[in-house]
Design a protein around this ligand. Structure first.
Ligand code: DGY
Length: 321
């Protein structure tokens, strides 16, 4: 019997897919940092039964039309706004993602970004390495306190709760906004449910963990930044398109808010010509929320398990519902 085909859109360690190599015919784009060009991808999926893809690969009607045998798309991310789920369903393709395994790591990064932004760690590092440190001074690189402040978490999913758990350790007052209330989280984390409006008005730290959807498209816009405290710090670890970046640049430049820590951008990769990159009060990192070696290895393993599960008929571990 002919082996089923799997296509992997980025170079991953041979050791991860070696156990599957006897059962499946596996092809892979051989570069780790560059995405597979679209025309090569469209050609590669023609005889693929399973597709292992990245959040930077667009899985849309065009791709699905090119892939008549495709049964599963396994996304190396918890977010899946790069996949057109309606089209996947129409084509009988199961889509999977990587929840749970990345929750704590992504929350670590979110909190690291919050702390780095509040305490001006990146600026301070630059200051000393460029030999600007000539004297100690009382307000030298003074930032904002984190402990006992109010954090507002927008999107209380698994990662939102893990952020709240860290905030609890800093004796923060925890506000959250979510599509639905989370009574268990409210009790366990001493978190208070508030409207989006109240959250952005009252929080010292506003952390976006919402998935990108039609409803959250540019949720953080000019009107939202206007309502925030002038001392507020905005952190985004969800998706760049939840923010109107022009409005954010304006808010940071005009000191309508104090600072922002951003792991995600509307267009990725963002270039250093973008106005956000010129601002000292914006700490920017390249979408590395779940990027620890341990977690990325678990995510890759889960993607392979999901593909094999669907192709073997035992089912995916983490199908997107
Ligand atoms: C995800 O998994 O969706 C994250 O954005 C990756 O860091």
């Amino acid at each position: 019997m002919e082996k089923q085909h799997i296509y992997i859109t980025r170079k991953i360690d041979d050791a991860v897919f070696a156990p599957y190599a006897e059962q499946f015919e596996i092809h892979m784009w051989e570069r780790e940092e560059d995405p597979v060009p679209r025309d090569i991808l469209l050609e590669a999926v023609k005889d693929a039964d399973g597709l292992f893809c990245m959040l930077s690969d667009k899985i849309d009607e065009e791709l699905l039309r090119h892939a008549p045998n495709l049964k599963v798309v396994s996304n190396l991310a918890v977010g899946y706004d790069n996949i057109d789920l309606d089209e996947a369903e129409k084509h009988g393709v199961i889509a999977t993602n990587t929840p749970d395994v990345l929750t704590e790591t992504t929350a670590d990064l979110g909190f690291a970004l919050l702390m780095a932004t509040a305490r001006r760690i990146v600026e301070a590092n630059q200051y000393i390495k460029t030999n600007q440190w000539q004297n100690w001074a009382p307000y030298l690189l003074a930032g904002s306190d984190i402990h006992h402040k109010t954090i507002g978490i927008v999107g209380m999913g698994r990662i939102g709760e893990a952020i709240a758990n860290r905030a609890k350790g800093f004796d923060m007052n925890i506000l959250y906004h979510n599509r639905s209330r989370k009574p268990d989280a409210e009790q366990a984390l001493e978190a208070t449910y508030v409207s989006f409006d109240q959250l952005i008005r009252e929080a010292d730290f506003i952390v976006s963990v919402v998935p990108f959807t039609k409803e959250t498209n540019k949720l953080f816009n000019q009107a939202a930044f206007e309502k925030m405290k002038s001392t507020a710090i905005f952190i985004n670890i969800s998706r760049g398109a939840t923010v109107d970046e022009d409005a954010l640049v304006e808010a940071l430049k005009m000191n309508k808010i104090k600072a922002a820590g951003l792991d995600v951008f509307e267009v990725e990769p963002i270039t250093n010509e973008h106005p956000l990159m010129q601002l000292e009060n914006a700490v920017c990192i390249p979408h590395i929320g779940s990027a620890s070696e341990e977690t990325r290895t678990k995510m890759i393993q889960l993607c392979m398990d999901n593909i094999a599960g669907v192709l073997n008929g035992t089912g995916a571990k983490t199908a997107i519902q």
